[in-house]
Design a protein around this ligand. Sequence first.
Ligand SMILES: Nc1ncnc2c1ncn2[C@@H]1O[C@H](COP(=O)(O)OP(=O)(O)OP(=O)(O)O)[C@@H](O)[C@H]1O
Length: 618
Amino acid sequence: MRDINTSFDSFLAGAFGPTVLIDLARDRILAATREAKTLFDTKDLVGANFAPLVADGMADLVVFIAEVQHRGTAWTRRVTLRTVNGEALEAEVTGRAIAHEGRQFLLLHMLDLAGLEQHAAEVAAGNLYSSGLVEWQRAQRFFSDLERENQLILNAAGEGIYGVNADGKTTFVNRAAQEMLGWTTEDLLGRDIHTMIHHHHLNGDHYPSHECPIYQSFRYEEVNRVENEVFWRKDGKPIRIEYVSTPIYDGTQLVGAVVIFRDITERLEDERKLREAMDEVAALRDQLEEENAYLQEAINIERAHHDIIGRSDAIQGIITQIELVGPTNTSVLIRGESGVGKSLVASAVHDESSRKRRPMIHFKAGAVSPEKIESELFGQVRGAFAGALKDRPGKLELAHGGTLFIDEVADIPIEIQGHLLDALQNHEVIRLGDDRARSLDLRVIASTSRDVDRELQAGRLRQDLMLHLGVFPILCPPLRDRPEDIPILTAHLLRIVCKRLGRKVPVVTEGAMRKLQQYHWPGNVRELANVIERGAIVSQSDKLQVEIQSNVTSGALPKSTLLTEAEVEQFRRTNILACMKEAGGRVSGEKGAAALLGIKPTTLYSRLKKLGLNEDDW
Ligand SMILES: Nc1ncnc2c1ncn2[C@@H]1O[C@H](COP(=O)(O)OP(=O)(O)OP(=O)(O)O)[C@@H](O)[C@H]1O
């Protein structure tokens, strides 16, 4: 046994430092130097298995052994060893394949990285691995030549520059690098620079040196450019840097790498601020676009004129209420039949308030298909749902600083009413698909033409929402209950329409006025305005011709009883337009256009879409 050991010991002749000879087939340690026994903290290393001494990186060890067998020699730092007592050993392992009498042996030399300095001294004493020292000295010489020859340039450069040899040890550091890092040349020279300045990522994760592109530069002989990493200063603070690391050669011999880096902390901060500013600008632009589109629409539908006309006590009472509540921030609920002037009252309340410098955002719940109501109200971020192609503020957000008029609040689906109440009570809105809450400062005016009690009982309206909105109720009575308003309203509406048509204002005869006052006006002032507009158009003389058509039809049927497809389509279009006009643009609800046509609101929505009709058309 002693003879056998002695013969294996001969493989270690001249070995310096911790070295073991392993029988690969049996995973058995056949011989070990004294230093290896000290390193693994056991006298009984010979005869033991090697695998239990591997703490981590068994897979890497297998790859490493394959590399040794293939190339004859190789080294690795990926394998972590341990003492027999389980203490981890960070070591660089160099292997050499030995074939002897038909058997495969592995000569492993462990370079204890913690005791590397000592190792360097021992290597200097000269031993079998002195070729390693030769390389080290060669690299040192190369770098100091490089530094000496280029001293002026290196130190004048604004970028940080340092060199590392193939072991990752610092060989020179220029002045800018010292200033940026807070480390001096003395601190860094000959030290493993990765463990000093590049040990962690910004998020605190450990940065193993074998993953570092600088190490890869000399391991795989490649130039690596990295745009956003951190180096750690001596005072423990990170600096954001970009760098390029280039392998360098002394003749054909790879000696290490040069790293040139730049502090980009300020640039990243500027970029962040710029991005934030751009986002802000984009949001403001969106808001302005929406406001602009909204204002255009408001102008188109004659909302520019807010006069509330009427002699009746009811109208005078409403005007007093508007003057009272207008300047406050109180929520207002306006009730009344369709066409009675609720939107007009809402505009007047807004105009009486200090919020009038901002537009009143009109949200017509009945004119929006139920599935779109949520995104219309709350806004959306791109990708929140299929079809959400861009970020868009909702009406709540658009009304920030001003007033939101929710027209036909009972047309909002009950589940969205809760969401709306939350936003109003918390004074903040979150766009669909977003996680950022935006604060809201708005006044709400709501309207409904429905019987509120009945809607509450039927569960179509939330009690808590109505309590929130209905702090100050205003009731607009139907036109048939205040016929005394009809003459003054007729004169007012006639003046507006004739101005628009560029026609002389015709006379309203007593007979015509009697006709107007006797009619029951189910469509209220809107219907009156339609009758007057039609009358102004068809009047041939200077007298207003009054034709009241209680049924909603517009555009006479062609005389022929047989209609072409195109005629049917045209008639359908005209009819739908007339209904939308009659219903004040509302699709659903009792007096909505769908009810007038006797079809489901969803059917009408899809017909409007198919015919390409929108609010501008009615
Ligand atoms: N008192 C009034 N004075 C002048 N114009 C009026 C008056 N009441 C209503 N109008 C006019 O009648 C039309 C319909 O009014 P408005 O849109 O305000 O009714 P609404 O009650 O909001 O209807 P809907 O419930 O269908 O939305 C508008 O053109 C409006 O200017």
